[in-house]
Each structure stands twice: as structure tokens, then as C-alpha cells.
Design a binder for this molecule. Structure first.
Ligand code: IPM
Ligand code: MG
Length: 356
């Protein structure tokens, strides 16, 4: 079981180090190989996703990814910016299915900005399509406007599109996931305005016929954003496109108290996957030892379950995380009165201890 370990920028190296400790405690043989990615790779190799890193990721059975991005790269052209590393990995490895669970742990209910009765016990799963949409659509660019009113002015443009097979494959993933949960899929689109969404909705309805045991509903994305804060527990599985999924998954994350708690998995058709925390590189707190490593540690649990079929070990890691929360240990992002503030490393050590 070869794992490509790509720590990246900002808090990436700190949180990945803790997750690696956890993997090493499990007593299974993992072959871990590190490579630079993002801004860190740009500094060394002049590209955010160097060929050697991409090759390592392709050869590995799974990828553990930290985070990429830092303001100091803001002035680089788009193709050299750190974000291109994660987008390039997703696209090159055809990791089209992104699982972003949002679970509100009982111990953290009070860390949420929403009322306890709204978020207590929340357990939803956002299934975000990751290879298509306006993120990758062509043509795109900056050109001279042809609009009579703004003729000649600089104009940015991007293209949103989804083909039927792309919607079908992500739809199937969502329905299969719902079968193992509360058997509800809510498909989020903007079918009242966009043709892309109109086709998306048609395909979802068509494939739902193969899943008579799963209830399918539809919601426009603006309403979904509202319902997520109004009554999030009404959702089970939410399936949506790349752009809407990007936005809604951050919103869902905050319902749980901290984005620092949420793992994610990005899978290809064979369940090979890239595992990363749902949060970003947080350069403002990098190197201070205050980042929460739990999202990355929980991402390794997803890796064990989805890519390695090691459900027992995955359960062990998740229980260890629950145990440290029950012990009252908190990094700064989830700290509330009466709990014990710990550093990134102390949190990782506590999970390791809870495991052994
Ligand atoms: C995410 C991030 C990325 C995205 C960025 C870093 C390109 O926000 O994983 O949600 O937009 O997909
Ligand atoms: Mg995002």
C-alpha cells in the first residue's frame, strides 16, 4: 500500500505530520513517499505540480494531501498558482467524486455559530462533482468585450458545461452512498436559469429510476444555501456540481463548528483516492502550532475505508478522535470555556495515544 504524501503550503506540513503519525501507529505496512506540491513545489521546481509529484501520485494507491495556497503567490499567472496543483491532480487522476461529510460531534455543538437544536447530531454528506463545470470548461479567458454598452472593455469569461455521462457517474455515486445512509438524495442545481442545470436535473431524474429505494428531491442552489442554515438536518446526501459544491461544502462545514474537523475524499471510478482536509492552507496561522490536525487525521480514516478496504482500522481512527474530544482536548478553532487548549502536535499525540 503505497501512499503519496503531499503536505503542500501553510499549515499543510503541520497537519499532515500528525496524520502520518497516526498511520504509522496502526501497525500495518504503508509505504509513505513524500513530494512537494503547491507553492512549496513552485519554490523548488518552478511549478505547483512538478512532473515527479504527478508521477508519484499516479503510481501510488492513495494520496494524502495537506493544503495549497499562500498570498505570496497571488501575483503569479493562474497556471502557476498553488491551486493549480490540486486542480491538476483531480483532473489528471480523474478524481471526479468528492465526498465531503459534515458531521457535528456532540462535544462540539456549542462551537457552532448556529443554535444547538439546529445542528446537534447533524450528519450530512455532500457529493461534489470535481472534474467538470465552470472550473475546467473551455473557452475561458480575458478578451475585449463585444457588448454594445461596454465595447472594447476588458471582459473575463468562463464556460459552464456538463455532459450526460459526467452527470450520470456522479449521480450514481450519490445514490449508492445514500443507500448506505438515510436513503435521501437532494440534487442541487440552478435549473431555473442554466441549461447546464436543466440537463443535470433530467439526468438525475432518469437515473433515480434505478434506485427506487432512494428518495430524490431537487433544490435550486440559492434555496439550498438558505435551507442549509435553516434546517440542515433535513438533508442526507446532497449531490451537486463543482462550483455549487465548492460553496455549499464550506457552508456545511461551518455548521459543524469548525472546518478544521472535516475530512474529504476525492475518488476515481476504481476508488483510488486523494484524501485531504476540507479546509485550506490558512497561511495566517502557519507555523504557530495551533492548526487543527483532526480533519487530516479523519481523512486518513476515509483513505483506510475507501481505498484500502480497512474498515476496522478506519473505525479505530474515528473512535480515537471521538475519545480525545470526549477528553476535552481542543485546538484553538474548537476551543470553548471549560475545555483544554492543545497544540497541533499535542492533538496528534493524543490521537496516537488513544489508538494504542
Ligand atoms: C476546495 C478548494 C479548491 C476548490 C481550491 C483550492 C482550488 O476551495 O477544495 O474546495 O475550489 O476546489
Ligand atoms: Mg473550496
Amino acid at each position: 500500500m503505497k501512499i503519496a504524501v503531499l503536505p503542500g503550503d501553510g499549515i499543510g506540513p503541520e497537519i499532515v505530520a500528525e496524520a502520518v503519525k497516526v498511520l504509522k501507529t496502526l501497525g500495518r505496512k504503508f509505504d509513505l513517499e513524500m513530494a512537494p506540491v503547491g507553492g512549496a513545489a513552485f519554490d523548488i521546481a518552478g511549478h505547483p505540480l512538478p512532473a515527479a509529484t504527478l508521477t508519484l501520485a499516479k503510481d501510488a494507491d492513495a494520496i494524502l494531501f495537506g493544503a495549497v495556497g499562500d498570498w505570496k503567490y497571488d501575483s503569479l499567472p493562474r497556471e502557476l498558482r498553488p491551486e493549480q496543483a490540486i486542480l491538476g491532480l483531480r483532473k489528471n487522476l480523474e478524481l471526479f467524486a468528492n465526498f465531503r461529510p459534515a458531521i457535528c460531534y456532540p462535544e462540539l455543538t456549542s462551537a457552532s455559530s448556529l443554535k444547538a437544536e439546529i445542528v446537534g447530531g447533524l450528519d450530512i454528506l455532500i457529493v461534489r462533482e470535481l472534474n467538470g463545470d465552470i472550473y475546467f470548461g473551455q473557452p475561458r479567458g480575458i478578451r475585449s468585450s463585444e457588448l454594445p454598452l461596454f465595447k472594447g472593455a476588458r471582459e473575463g469569461f468562463d464556460t459552464m458545461h456538463y455532459s450526460e455521462p459526467e452527470v450520470e457517474r456522479i449521480g450514481k455515486v450519490a445514490f449508492e452512498a445514500a443507500r448506505k445512509r438515510s436513503k435521501k438524495v437532494c440534487s442541487v442545481d440552478k435549473a431555473n436559469v442554466l441549461e447546464t442545470s436543466q440537463l443535470w436535473r433530467e439526468v438525475m431524474i432518469r437515473i433515480s429510476k434505478n434506485y427506487p429505494d432512494v428518495h430524490l428531491s431537487h433544490m435550486y442552489v440559492d434555496n439550498a444555501a438558505m435551507q442549509l442554515v435553516k434546517a440542515p438536518k433535513e438533508f442526507d446526501v446532497v449531490v451537486t456540481g463543482n462550483l455549487f459544491g465548492d460553496i455549499l461544502s464550506d457552508e456545511a462545514a461551518m455548521l459543524t463548528g469548525s472546518i478544521g474537523m472535516l475530512p474529504s475524499a476525492s475518488l476515481d471510478i476504481n476508488n483510488k483516492g486523494l484524501y485531504e482536509p476540507s479546509h485550506g492552507s490558512a497561511p495566517d496561522i502557519a507555523g504557530k502550532g495551533i492548526a487543527n490536525p483532526l480533519a487530516t487525521i479523519l481523512s486518513t480514516a476515509m483513505m483506510l475505508r475507501y481505498s484500502f478496504g480497512m474498515g476496522i482500522e478506519a473505525d479505530r481512527v474515528e473512535s480515537a478522535v471521538q475519545k480525545v474530544l470526549a477528553q476535552g482536548l481542543r485546538t484553538l478553532d474548537i476551543y470553548t470555556d471549560g475545555t483544554q487548549k492543545v497544540s497541533t502536535r499535542e492533538m496528534g499525540d493524543a490521537v496516537v495515544k488513544a489508538l494504542s
